[in-house]
Design a protein around this ligand. Structure first.
Ligand code: PEP
Ligand code: MN
Length: 264
């Protein structure tokens, strides 16, 4: 169902009123890795909106490597995002980790993120295939593009064809970056499928100073959108501070992207 051969036209996915994949406008989703409280969510949502983001991202259910690390505010975090949406008008993107939260996400969230670690959680993919919301499907840490497309098929086979790919870097031997951004995924996904692809330069690099150049590279490569982590106080962010841009740095990076791609 994702195959370009059987569906030559580009699919445009409506994300709470923001269209992704239209080729007329590059959609940028930005926000903190973790939602910390309602004030933090609102302040960052306002900040990224001022910088040109069209969607607000934030984690309320966090897939942390250590079980002792902060696991997310859960429902409270989702409700903090809902308040930020009411104040800013930005649709919200958040990660779903388990099937039992599906009713909550159907009710409150505009775009359901499936994290890299769950890219091959086939049971979860099948469940999301029955949802009525767009799905942002992140590439697994060690998965090929072919496997990633098959995961999109799992979702689409259930009837939900609103899938957006998100390239967030893959594991390689390189240690100076958290992951290695595979930008060739952008033209390959466009060649093989009719679905949009977004690039996440934050998790791909793990380093704030690398985020702006990789944002520029991603839009130059033809990405339909970006997902960027932003926090006004990166040093004290509850997760992923090292890769967070401040709202000012985000706005500057967006301005540079505009020099490369008029559509952003
Ligand atoms: C995230 O978006 O905060 C996240 C956990 O991303 P990934 O699944 O790509 O690691
Ligand atoms: Mn993160």
């Amino acid at each position: 169902r994702a195959n370009r051969l059987f569906h030559p036209a580009d699919s445009v996915i409506d994300c709470g009123g923001v269209k992704i994949g239209s080729k007329e406008k590059i959609a940028v989703m930005a926000g903190p890795c973790s939602i910390e409280n309602a004030e933090q969510a609102l302040r960052i949502a306002q900040g990224v909106k001022a910088g040109g983001a069209a969607l607000f991202r934030g984690g309320a259910y966090k897939p942390r490597t250590s079980p002792y690390a902060f696991q997310g505010l859960e429902t409270e975090g989702i409700l903090d995002m809902v308040k930020a949406r009411e104040a800013t008008g930005l649709p919200i993107v958040s990660e779903l980790m388990s099937e039992d939260r599906i009713p909550e996400f159907e009710e409150y969230v505009d775009v359901v993120q499936i994290g890299a670690r769950n890219m091959q959680n086939f049971q979860l993919l099948k469940a999301v295939g029955k949802m009525h919301k767009p799905v942002l499907l992140k590439r697994g840490l060690c998965n090929t593009i072919e496997e990633w497309i098959m995961s999109a098929e799992y979702i689409m086979a259930g009837g939900n064809e609103q899938v957006i790919f998100c390239e967030r870097g893959i594991r390689t031997f390189e240690k100076y970056t958290r992951n290695t951004l595979d930008l060739s995924a952008v033209p390959i996904i466009h060649e093989k499928t009719h679905l949009p692809i977004v690039v996440d330069p934050s998790h791909a690099t793990g380093k704030a100073n690398l985020v702006e150049p990789m944002m520029i590279a991603a839009v130059a490569a033809g990405a339909d959108g970006l997902e960027v982590e932003v926090h006004y106080d990166p040093q004290h962010a509850w997760s992923d501070g090292a890769q967070c841009l401040t709202p000012d740095a985000f706005a500057q990076a967006m301005a540079k992207c505009r020099q490369v791609a008029w559509a952003i």
